[in-house]
Design a protein around this ligand. Structure first.
Ligand code: FAD
Length: 340
């Protein structure tokens, strides 16, 4: 049995950002992760603007040194002609995004957390929350029980704590399943920048994510049965890397992402489809926010009620703003009326 200030479940960008922020503020942190690292995750594209967060987490130089591919913008065909949309520029030149290979990116974050003193249990699975007097007091794991002042759920889109406590989950779209996969070879037309092409039944995203490796995602607004070995046309002739995967990207949010003794962060709190294009940024920002809040409650005498209310409002406002933006985006496409 262990006892700590904060126990965090899941070491994706949300969990490690929460861990780094909490430990930077002097809290005792245990981070548990069910998978061995490096472990693969999709979601490589990071837009410019993420750098200030990487500086705060102390990993900008590591990320810059990791030799991730960089790009100046995206090719977009969204109801109109295909056009290149750059991210923007300033007096120092154009802004670049990252194609951050997630096994490496998530490992950089985890190593940073460990170097600051976060205690990591891995592989270790969260089995069930410990509840005492209507308060989350810790977690039963595959390696023993951990008691904590706060539990942070960063388990990603399966939303572990919300499932375990049967929390209310509000859905804002019809069911949306993203299919995605990887191919290997050369596709010069995709080497400069990713592309997103909408058609009458959905959209297809293609990007070069590593030397000789390309990623594709297909999201359909209708029930579309993709053939088992479907890949976008531009990748025909390239070698498939692994099977096609699927992910439930239905727009959804846990109604109360904070409560007595716990906070939900990243995808564990709210999920939007990848067209919202900032799942990793959202995970990092909400992880940092939660790390700051638990510090304020434990060390700065901020009331827990105040922290919970503020966090629930912050997540809800951001999520609803993104939902409105996505609806505006999809309204441009004539056949998207079914969703949202
Ligand atoms: C096809 C696709 C394309 C995407 N493209 C992009 C993109 O280009 N850019 C972008 O920003 N976002 C993208 N996203 C979204 C992005 O991947 C997620 O928003 C992001 O990974 C969320 O981070 P997280 O830390 O909340 O969760 P995750 O990264 O999913 O991490 C959760 C962690 O919790 C661990 N865990 C789960 N359950 C337990 C348990 N019971 N006990 C212990 N550990 C547990 C998991 O092993 C995992 O390591 C994409 C998503 C998909 C599906």
């Amino acid at each position: 049995m262990y006892e700590t200030d904060v126990v965090i479940i899941g070491s994706g960008p949300a969990g490690t950002s929460a861990a780094i922020t909490s430990v930077q503020r002097g809290l005792r942190v245990i981070l548990i992760e069910s998978e061995e690292f490096p472990r693969h995750r999709s979601g490589e594209t990071l837009h410019p603007g993420i750098e200030p967060l990487l500086i705060k987490l102390g990993i900008l130089e590591e990320v810059r040194g990791a030799q991730f591919l960089r790009h100046k913008g995206n090719w977009v065909k969204w109801g109109k002609d295909l056009r290149f949309i750059p991210f923007g520029s300033d007096e120092n030149g154009p802004w670049f995004g990252f194609q951050a290979w997630r096994a490496d990116f998530d490992n950089i974050l985890l190593k940073r957390a460990i170097s600051l003193g976060v205690r990591v249990c891995q592989p270790c699975r969260a089995l069930k929350p410990i509840i005492q007097h209507n308060r989350v007091k810790g977690v039963v794991t595959s390696q023993g029980d951990i008691y904590s002042s706060f539990l942070i759920d960063a388990t990603g889109r399966r939303q572990w704590l919300a499932q375990k406590l049967s929390m209310q989950l509000d859905k804002y779209s019809s069911p949306l399943i993203a299919r995605f996969g990887y191919v290997q070879g050369e596709c010069p037309v995709r080497d400069e920048a990713p592309s997103i092409i909408a058609d009458t039944t959905g959209w297809t995203w293609t990007a070069k994510v590593r030397p000789y490796i390309y990623q594709w995602t297909r999201l359909s607004f209708i029930e579309e049965s993709l053939e088992k070995d479907w890949i976008p046309k531009e990748f025909h002739g390239l070698e498939r890397l692994g099977p096609t995967s699927g992910a439930d990207m239905t727009w959804r949010m846990v109604k109360r992402p904070g409560g007595w003794g716990y906070f939900l962060t990243g995808d564990a709190a709210a999920v939007l489809d990848p067209a919202s294009s900032h799942g990793v940024l959202k995970a990092i920002m909400s992880g940092m926010m939660v790390g700051n809040l638990v510090f304020q409650v434990i060390k700065e005498h901020c009331t827990e009620k105040h922290a919970i209310q503020g966090y629930c409002k912050w997540v809800t406002d951001w999520f609803k703003h993104d939902v409105e933006k996505l609806k505006e985006l999809y309204a441009i496409l004539p056949d998207m009326g079914q969703s949202g």
